[in-house]
Design a protein around this ligand. Structure first.
Ligand SMILES: [Fe+2]
Ligand SMILES: [Fe+2]
Length: 441
């Protein structure tokens, strides 16, 4: 961890100190050996300036202890609430047949002072942050159970990795986290949160390497279109692969008609997640679905307009790609390679879009009514969101690559990124999972 406290993290600590005691667990020294604060002192807003203006001998993260960090009992309370609300979540967390009880694992969680404080600060951001962490942990343990329940190291990594996977977000400007649209620079800053989270897991929490990697890889996808390192398939650890899938599912599982949404999300781009894991999730979900059929919502928006907008975006990408290839002598060979890879991926997304048959659904409008009409519109809506989400992901990937290149090369990649995102200036939404990037028009 850096010798100087992170501004955003420290602000979050100070905010929490207004509702919960946070004491210094040891003396705090500046890098020059000056004692700044004494052990036992309570963190207060007045301390902020003193801490932020010095490089410290020890990171502030390991010198503070929250008075009331999340306990096993508190985690169980949140878990029981979400399991009660979301029957599909309960299906994924099925732990019969000698498997590990995910809620039981949460109940046994005991954190060091530094780890507990970190989690307390992360949970204090919002009720959603705490629920999301617990749900991701439950789902990861549920999939882990079906995958290798007797691998205790993996199961512990699922439990802790789920709870702590987004702690790196504490180090990102809240304006970035709260923004509906991000600039390229903001997106690059957000994309660092898994790296920061893994460093915190190692240096502040003392978690093992399986858990550290799970946190580092919780936005990596098997097809290489994740971040921060764009790892592929087996280069991602088993714990990382499961956590990435759990992260996606934790957003989808709380939406209306979650089964249908998850079904489409998992089918639309084969290769995004490890096939064995997808099969396991499908098995768990099928058992849950048969218990209670779900109600498909009636959508009021115009499916034709949504499908049309995807077609326009596809046409724009094709034009921009052709133009950039024609001008490839003005950019470095690396740009051409990146563009070709992106175009191959884009072609896969296009193929997935065509294969869903959604392009023919608008024609059915007017001929269908009642439940059949609702179902066809709902399916088109899910497909549209999933496709738009993949184009957005591909766009972000190019933005991250553009950030590492010279100005001319960067401009070319950003142009392609803009076309993929369907924006004139590059912007990216920060939503982490599918089905949320684009709202119906
Ligand atoms: Fe997350
Ligand atoms: Fe994340």
């Amino acid at each position: 961890m850096p010798a100087q406290a992170n501004k955003h993290f420290l602000e979050a600590v100070v905010n929490l100190s207004e509702t919960q005691d946070i004491a210094l667990s040891e003396d705090v020294y500046s890098e020059k050996g000056v004692k700044l604060l004494a052990r036992g002192a309570k963190v207060s807003p007045a301390m902020y300036a003193k801490i932020i203006s010095h490089k410290l001998v020890k990171p502030i993260e390991v010198c503070i202890a929250a008075g009331d960090p999340p306990s096993g009992a508190m985690l169980v309370r949140i878990a029981e609430q979400v399991l009660e609300e979301l029957p599909l979540l309960a299906s994924i967390c099925n732990w019969s047949q000698g498997r590990v009880n995910p809620v039981g694992m949460l109940s046994k969680c005991k954190f060091s002072a530094s780890a507990g404080t970190l989690l307390a600060v992360a949970f204090s951001r919002s009720e959603h942050a705490a629920r999301h962490a617990v749900m991701t942990s439950l789902i990861a343990m549920g999939i882990g159970n079906a995958y290798r329940y007797n691998d205790s190291q993996l199961m512990a990594a699922m439990c802790l990795g789920g709870l702590f996977h987004d702690v790196g977000e504490l180090y990102v400007d809240p304006a970035v986290l709260g923004g509906a649209k991000l600039t390229a620079t903001q997106w690059m800053s957000y994309a660092s949160h898994p790296i920061i989270g893994a460093a915190l897991a190692r240096e502040v929490c003392g978690f093992d390497t399986t858990t550290q990697r799970a946190i580092l890889e919780h936005h990596e996808y098997a097809d290489g279109f994740g971040y921060p390192r764009s790892l592929r398939a087996q280069a991602i650890s088993p714990a990382g692969r499961i956590l990435a899938l759990a992260e996606i599912l934790s957003a989808l599982v709380q939406k209306p008609a979650a089964f249908s949404r998850i079904d489409i999300a998992l089918k639309i781009m084969p290769g995004e997640h490890e096939p064995e894991l997808v099969t396991l999730v499908n098995e768990l979900l099928r058992e849950g679905r048969s218990a209670k059929p779900e109600k498909i919502e009636t959508l009021e928006h115009d499916v034709n307009a949504n499908v049309h907008s995807v077609f326009l975006r596809i046409a724009d990408v094709l034009t921009v790609y052709d133009d950039l290839v024609a001008k490839s002598s003005t950019t470095s060979p690396a740009v051409k390679t990146i563009l070709d890879e992106a175009f191959d991926r884009f072609a896969e997304v296009q193929k997935a879009f065509a294969s869903t048959g959604v392009t023919s659904l608008p024609m059915l409008d007017g001929k269908l009514e009642g439940d059949e009409l609702d179902e066809s519109r709902f399916e088109a809506h899910c497909v549209f969101n999933e496709i738009a989400w993949r184009l957005q992901k591909l766009s972000r990937e190019l933005v991250l690559k553009a950030g590492k290149m010279g100005e001319n090369d960067s401009r070319a990649l950003l142009r392609m990124a803009n076309a993929l995102a369907g924006t004139a200036e590059h912007e990216a939404t920060i939503e982490e999972s599918s089905n949320v990037a684009v709202e119906p028009s």
